[in-house]
Design a protein around this ligand. Sequence first.
Ligand code: URA
Ligand code: CA
Length: 441
Amino acid sequence: MDAYDIIAKKRDGRKLTAQEIDYFVENYTKGIIPDYQAAALLMAIFLNDMDQDETLHLTRSMIHSGDTIDLSEIKGIKVDKHSTGGVGDTTTLVLGPMVAACNVPFVKMSGRGLGHTGGTLDKLEAIRNFQTELSMGELIENSNRINIALCGQTADITPADKELYALRDVTATVDNISLIASSIMSKKLAIETEAIILDVKVGSGAFMKDLDSALELAKQMVAIGTGYDRETVAFITNMDQPLGNTVGNALEVKEAIQTLRGEGPQDLYELCLQLGAKLLLLAGRVQSKGDALSLLEETISSESAYRKLFDLVSHQGGDTSYIMNPDLLPKAKHIIDVKSRTGGFVRSLNAERIGKVALDLGAGRNTMDSSIDPAVGIVLNKKIGDKVDIGDTLAYIHSNSIDKAMQARIDIEQIYTIREEYTDPGRLIHAFVTKNGIKLY
Ligand code: URA
Ligand code: CA
C-alpha cells in the first residue's frame, strides 16, 4: 500500500477500504506521510465525498490515533452532550447543573472558543480560580460525589483529528459534511459515555447555514455513533440569532446563574429543558418526557440546580462568592448602548456577525494562542420579532476600550435590520434525528 495509490483512487472517485484509510491516518499522524499528500487526499475527499462506510472507518482510525477515556468508574449511565458551535450558547452551564441535580452524572470535556463561536472552558474561567484542568482521578471523584465535572481534555485524544483539522483549515477543505461528522464524532466516541446527544446548530451563526445540510450532518453523526454501538441522537436547533441575551464570557456566566434562578431568557431555558428531557430519558432516569420535564423544572423552582453550580465551582477550586453574587464577575470599564434610529420590528440579527463583534471586543480568539478578555461582550436588549421604537436601546456593548466600543456600535447598528412588518423568530428546535429517522417539528 502507498499514499500515492490511495490519493489516486479517491481522486478517481472510488471507495477506500478500511485498511487504506487506517494506513493513511496512522502514517500521517506518525509524520511518515507528509502534509502535501494528506492535503491532496483531503481535497479528493472534499470533491468526491466519502460514503457511510468510509466515514465510519475514518472516524475509527482517528479514535485509534490517540487515547480513549474510560469512565466506567463513574457510577450511573453517562450521557454526553455536544453542540456544533454557536454564538452566546450558554447551554452547558445551565443544562449540566440541571441534569446533575436530577442525580444523573454530567461529565463533559469541553473546548475553547475559536473564531466567532464561544467555548465553555473560557466561560468558566471568568470565575476566579476555577480549574478547568482535572486529572482522571479528580474527574471520577467529583462525578461520583456531586454528579458533575466540566473540564478540558484529560488526555491526548484524537491527535490525527487535530492535525487533519489544522490542515483542512488552511486548504479550504473544512466544509465537507463527512469530514466534519467524523471529526466531531471521533472526539465524542473517544470518551466512553453510554449515550450522546448532539445539538446541531443551523443558521447564520452556525457551520450549517440551511436545514438540509444540518439534517445531513446530523444523520451522518447519528450513523457514526450508531455504527459504534453508542446510542446517539441529534437535535437541529436555531442559530439565526444568538441564544439568550448575552454574548461574552462573564456575561454568559451571569446569564447562566440567572437562568438557574428562574430569571433567564426563555429560549436558553427552553433549549435546556428539551435537551435535558432527552438526556434523562437516555440515562434511564425517567420513563416519559412529561416526568423528565417536571423533574427538570423542579431543579429550577427548588434552586437545586443553582446549588449544583455552586458545588461544581467549589469542587473545581473556583471562588463561590461569584456564584452567590454575580456582580463580582469581571466587569468592563465602559458600557455603551446602541439605540435604534428607526421603529418597527426586529427582522434579523445575524449571529455570526454578532459573534465577530464580540470577538473584536476581545471576547474570543483569532488564533489558538491569543488571550481573551472575560469582561467584554454584548447584551442584546431586542431580538427577532421584538417591537422597537425610535430611540429604544437595541443592545449594550461591554468594552474595555472606547475605540473598540465605538466600532462595535457602528457594526451592531448595521447588523440589526428593523422593518415595519412583524417577523416571527421561528422555531427554536427544527428537528430531531435518531437512527430510525427524522422528526420535523
Ligand atoms: N468542529 C470539529 O470538531 N470538526 C470539524 O470538522 C468542524 C467543527
Ligand atoms: Ca447567551
